[in-house]
Design a protein around this ligand. Sequence first.
Ligand SMILES: [Zn+2]
Ligand SMILES: [Zn+2]
Ligand SMILES: [Zn+2]
Ligand SMILES: [Zn+2]
Length: 698
Amino acid sequence: MEPFTHNEILQQILKLSKESGRVENFSQTFSELEDDDKRVSFALDLLLEYKLCSLELSNPDDRYKKSASECVNLRISGNNAFRQKDDIKALLFYTQSIAKSPHPCANVGIENYQLVKDLENFNNDVNTELALALANRSAVLFSLGKYDHCMKDINLVLEMNYPSTLLYKLHERKGKCLLFQGELKVAACSFKNALDCLALATSLSDQKKQLLEEEMTILMGQSLEAVPEKTSEHLVESQNEASILPKISFGPNETIPCASDSIDIHSSKDMGRCVVATRDINIGDVLAVEEPFASVLLPQFYYTHCYNCYLRCCTLLPCHYCSMVMYCSESCRKASWEKNHCVDCTLLPYLHKQDSNTIEMLAVRIIIMASRDYKSPAEFYRQVKSWKAGDSARESTFDENGQYISQDYKNIYNIVTNTEKRSVADLFKRAVTAARILQCFENKSNFFTSFSSNELLPSDFKLFIGGLLLRHLQNLPCNAHEVSEALRCESDGDVLKCVEIGAAAYATMSLVNHSCEPNVVRHSYRDTVVLRAIRLIKKGEQVLDNYGYHYALHEKEERQSHLKDQYYFICDCEACHDDWPTYFNLNSDKPTYKCQICGFSLPAQLVGEDVICEHCKCSNNIKEILTLLNESSKDYDQHLISVLSGSHDNAVVQQMIEHLEKLDQYIKRPWQEYNNCQEAIKQCYMKLGNYYESKLGV
Ligand SMILES: [Zn+2]
Ligand SMILES: [Zn+2]
Ligand SMILES: [Zn+2]
Ligand SMILES: [Zn+2]
């Protein structure tokens, strides 16, 4: 096997340069290169010299192509699973079969790499394969009780080239769906259609036909008389309409439109940029609702989620050209094609074969999106070259209108790269990867030929793109965020599970610094991120997120070493500074109270009504504080149980928030009850975003 993955290629380069005794020479030359374009150029030269440029895929990778025969085989596997009553497996097989189905109705006008040519070879009958797979999937969806989804598939099939001998089945199934949903009149119509189509079912014996006829006549009669059943009993899955985004608290910020007026971006030469509260912020306040500049769905979700909008969906439709990605709707298929898939449709197989990771996939997406923001490649080139990289001064952060815009590529370009902190080996590895991806762009996509402008490409435009790729391979590892989804599945212990389904680049989120005890929490609504306060934040304090290492879950040493390796800083948050214990070692029997004047700890021994603070010598009425906290705690236990068992009631959430605010005000952290209450509130918010409940996990 020839080396193909990024790592195999890198190892090969290292091996060959060692054999020729040139490692030190290379290392020296490479470390002296002053920009990313030159680093990629260096890597490209090496690939060329060592003849490592082949991008030909071997046979197994035909799995990315459409194939009528595989479409049939997968449908047969689906039929077998369905017969064995394994609905979940059958559903997946049918969806894969749908992904494989060649689509003769594809828009032939689209000028894409090799695709038009391939389309000419499509056989007109193949549309039937898609229809058959969709029809069979509708049977599984019916069996799963997903009547809306079932009808969605059936309606598609009815517009296709589906064998007329089988049509009666579809109409009957649709009628039953409608019957269950209480749509009686329409159901009767479907049964009428089913009866009519029975005449076309030439392969059925007369006896069988007669039986079916009787059955459908009964159903039709039922639907005309029946009392509607309660539809909720048949619903297996409920999904939040994650498109309902929360309102930004205090109204949107004039200079940072995705953020609340309660925060601002501060920048300083030595500390870089950060996000700061410009007024007191309460728990639950929405501090930002930000769309990503670009985002990618993780490959393991290609057959369960929409490639465009991240909706978990059991009626996915295929891309017209590849068998890799799928969509929840025609509009998502179209939007995705126009936005990025017209370029990455042909790229994806190669990127995956190269074993490109999430960061690399996201870098590719950013380049595709960015290149489309400018009216010509020359303009793109000119603009980017005019930015002073890594400059954190206020005037370079905000655009000519004084704004910081999430969709402005400059803000993604300008995220810190930590280039100077990287080792030569690290940088070289990334340069080779960028060079390899650039080769894919050049040879396996229409990226460089798709620009509508007739203007000539700048002579070093390709290296410029390579340099941008390398730049993002450096700034994304520290700044990309996950797109997540919460699942509550009955067959899986009925606990709320949080799953990472994608990655995204957010201009504003990337400016929020880390704390092991964060004061905000992020949730995904499709690929939009919602940032909420999860602690009281005082005016002037920094807004602090968690980069995946929380004091309650990770020991200080572990946190510090990971943060240093991955993010190049030493954390000095309060939890690190005072070496707080992890969750299970947290104090839970006797709280330390805060002085209400200066915030320092009051003495552990509380005597009498008034306690004198040893720090500021002021008196605190401890009896009043205790009464207040007792009052607040009364309902808290009850609320906690109801939240953890999955119920969601806005009034309860509000009371939990008020309780947490009291704890925040009177008790020193860390304090276990504080964590419990905070986690419960986070769970409630999680359910407002990408959240699914199901009995079976589909
Ligand atoms: Zn979608
Ligand atoms: Zn595609
Ligand atoms: Zn820390
Ligand atoms: Zn005090």
